[in-house]
Structure formats: structure tokens, C-alpha cells
Design a protein around this ligand. Structure first.
Ligand code: PBG
Length: 329
């Protein structure tokens, strides 16, 4: 026998000891489920690159929302896919647009569920960019801010609990805060996609949300994956502008940035486990290369360990079921 002073394995021998030593916890209440809502009724259209995820009509969205509530999720976040798109994304701020109707329908049936709406123009514009197109700058920042404020107010009027601007426009948090406050919706919080990279991992989402840019890419407004200081700069600006929650997106390739953000703010931090991260796991599981439940729970725990309070993830419903079965729900 070697005479070792330190044997970390001593604390790992007994299951109860392992439980007591555990540092990070994951529960359904930390998870937010993204939903893609389309027009019409009784429609569920599978998203080919995201097995298990469907585009859902409003009535089906209500069913998924009920399930999310029953499983004890923190909330759901809505993405709307309108039938009609145009250069200025008019349907985004139509009081009877697909998101506004979905909000009302879900709030009528599942009032206790925490309901968040993604706030961006890319699903509503025919060119797929996140705002009004500009000849030189890709997107006209300041013209787009006005529209974001209008959209936010229509979501608030429909009964949303929180809005989540994802378009990476400069000044978007301040513009939305001002629009909401002016319409007496000062109690609606803003979860800002503060640090959003121009990522290849959004590929499958663009099938799901039908928002791929018809020309160019988003590098004139989303961030370069190589940058860390720039992430902290974006964070600072959103703090100054009054964000209530700050988000880092994508998640898995940016756990270092989640940690950086966690250490620099006292606000809650959200992480987005994006479509490409989901697709990678699903593909490996489909091939029998990874075990789904253990892989997903380990990954989601890593987001929490990195410092995320909440996680937006397509695995939310499955993960909540597994957690509850294991007594963690
Ligand atoms: C749109 C938006 C995107 C995602 C969330 N909001 C895509 C994009 O920027 O192209 C991606 C989410 C995912 O990949 O799961 N503003």
C-alpha cells in the first residue's frame, strides 16, 4: 500500500457521500423550452434536422405549453413563423400576428406558465435579416430599433411575461425598455441576447424558423466567435441599458464566456443550448454512439456549473421527465 496523504476517492465511495459533495444542481425549473409557432390549426411539421422538434400551430402550441407547465419547466420561449413575410416584417407587430395570437391562446389555457417571446425580425422579413435592410450596413440599426419597440408593445398587450431581443442591434435594450415603459408596461422584463455569436451552430434553427438570410450573412451584427473582450463590452452596454437577464449564445462552445459573464454581473445569466448542439447529440444517439439521457443531463449540468441560472434548450421536455423520474423535479 502506498502511503498517500490525499485520496479524493474516499469521498466518492458511498452514494450518499457523493450526493452530499455535489456542487451543482439541475432541475426542470432551470429550463426554458423553445417553440416554433405557425399559422392554421392541427399542424405539427417535424423539423428534419432537429428530430423531436416540430413547428406547431397555435392549438398544438397550447398542448405543448401545458406539458411544459406540468413538467415544472421554468418557462417556454416562442418563435413565430408567419405565412406572410415582407421587407419590413410587418406581421411582427400586427396585434393579430401569429406570436400575439399564440400568447393570448396560451395565457388563456395555461395562465401560470411563464411565457417569453423571442423578439427579432428575421422570421418575419422576406430577406431573412434581423431588421430593415441597409445598402451598406446589411441592416439599418436605428430604423430597426423603432420596429423592435413596436413589436415589444404588441407582445406586452397580448400578455407576455418577458421579451427576449435576439437581433444584436446596438441600443436594442434601451429602445425596447423605453417603448415598454411609455406604454405602461414597465413591469415586463427584458432578457437580452447580449452576447450572440455569428455561429454555424444555428444551422438547424434556420430550417425550423425559416429565417436563413437570402443574401450575405449576419456577421455585420452578430459577433466573431474568436472574441472575448467584445463579449464583455456587449455585456457592459446591455447592463447600462437596463437588461434584466443577460444571455450567452451558443452555449457549449462558449462555456468560457458564460463563466466570464457570470463573474462580471449580479444579474441572472441565461445560456442558449442552440439547435446545432441539439442536432449533434440527436445524430450521435440515433447512430447508437451516445447514450441520450446521460449525455444531455451532463451537458445541461455543465451550463449550470459554468454559471448559467437558466438554460434555453430543445431537450427541456425530455430532460424534465428524466429529472423528475430521478426525484429531482
Ligand atoms: C434569430 C435567432 C436565431 C436563434 C435564436 N434567435 C438564429 C439566428 O440568429 O440566425 C438561433 C437558435 C438556435 O440555433 O437554436 N434572431
Amino acid at each position: 500500500m502506498a502511503s498517500l496523504t490525499h485520496r479524493p476517492r474516499r469521498l466518492r465511495r458511498h452514494p450518499a457521500s457523493r450526493d452530499m459533495m455535489r456542487e451543482t444542481f439541475l432541475s426542470p425549473a432551470h429550463l426554458i423550452y423553445p417553440m416554433f409557432v405557425v399559422e392554421d390549426e392541427a399542424r405539427r411539421i417535424p423539423v428534419a434536422s432537429m428530430p423531436g422538434v416540430d413547428q406547431v400551430s397555435i392549438d398544438e402550441a397550447v398542448k405543448d405549453a401545458k406539458r411544459a407547465y406540468e413538467l415544472g419547466l421554468g418557462g417556454v420561449i416562442l418563435f413565430g413563423i408567419p405565412d406572410h413575410k415582407d421587407p419590413a416584417g410587418h406581421d411582427a407587430y400586427d396585434p393579430n400576428g401569429v406570436v400575439q395570437r399564440a400568447i393570448r391562446a396560451i395565457k388563456a389555457e395555461v395562465p401560470e406558465l411563464y411565457l417569453i417571446a423571442d423578439l427579432c425580425l428575421c422570421e418575419f422579413t422576406d430577406h431573412g435579416h434581423c431588421g430593415i435592410v441597409h445598402p451598406v450596413d446589411t441592416v439599418d440599426n436605428d430604423a430597426t430599433l423603432k420596429l423592435l419597440g413596436r413589436i415589444a408593445v404588441t407582445y406586452a398587450q397580448a400578455g407576455i411575461d418577458m421579451v427576449a431581443p435576439s437581433g444584436m442591434m446596438d441600443g436594442m435594450v434601451e429602445a425596447i425598455r423605453h417603448a415598454l415603459d411609455s406604454a405602461e408596461h414597465e413591469s415586463i422584463p427584458i432578457m437580452a441576447y447580449s452576447v450572440k455569436y455569428a455561429s454555424a451552430f444555428y444551422g438547424p434553427f434556420r430550417d425550423a424558423a425559416d429565417n436563413a438570410p437570402s443574401f450575405g450573412d449576419r456577421r455585420a451584427y452578430q459577433m466573431d466567435p474568436a472574441n472575448r473582450q467584445e463579449a464583455l463590452r456587449e455585456l457592459e452596454l446591455d447592463l447600462e441599458q437596463g437588461a434584466d437577464v443577460v444571455m450567452v449564445k451558443p452555449g457549449l462552445p462558449y462555456l468560457d464566456i458564460i463563466r466570464d459573464v457570470r463573474e462580471r454581473t449580479h444579474l441572472p445569466v441565461a445560456a442558449y443550448n442552440v439547435s446545432g448542439e441539439y442536432a449533434m447529440i440527436k445524430a450521435a444517439v440515433h447512430n447508437g454512439w451516445l447514450e441520450e439521457e446521460r449525455t444531455v443531463l451532463e451537458m445541461l449540468t455543465s451550463f449550470r456549473r459554468a454559471g448559467a441560472n437558466m438554460i434555453l434548450t430543445y431537450h427541456a421536455l425530455d430532460a424534465a421527465q428524466w429529472l423528475r423520474a430521478a426525484g429531482n423535479g
